[in-house]
Ligand binder design. Structure first.
Ligand code: FES
Length: 91
């Protein structure tokens, strides 16, 4: 059985069937998903889609909650702080 991965800021991260992006990242030891506009770390807080503290940028989807979004093979996910840097580089 091959290991399926998502790309987190360009780095492959393994996930298990049924994993959310947040659970896959957490299993890989990644508990901060970038910086929010307040400069505080984006991370899991409520885990149920209410606090918006875990927002990430998902290619083809846009900004979404990492705690609610299921992993999909080869999905490219980026931290919003990294995304903002990328966006500003194109401005
Ligand atoms: S942790 Fe609260 S919305 Fe994801």
């Amino acid at each position: 059985m091959s290991v399926q991965t998502i790309l987190w800021n360009g780095t492959p991260i393994a996930f298990l069937p049924g994993d959310t992006i947040a659970s896959a990242l957490s299993r890989a030891g990644i508990t901060e998903f970038g910086l929010r506009q307040t400069a505080l770390p984006a991370a899991i807080f409520c885990g149920i889609g209410q606090c918006q503290n875990c927002l990430v940028s998902i290619e083809g989807i846009g900004v979404a909650e990492a705690c609610l979004t299921l992993c999909d093979a080869a999905q490219s996910v980026r931290s919003l702080s990294d995304h903002r840097l990328t966006e500003s580089a194109h401005d």
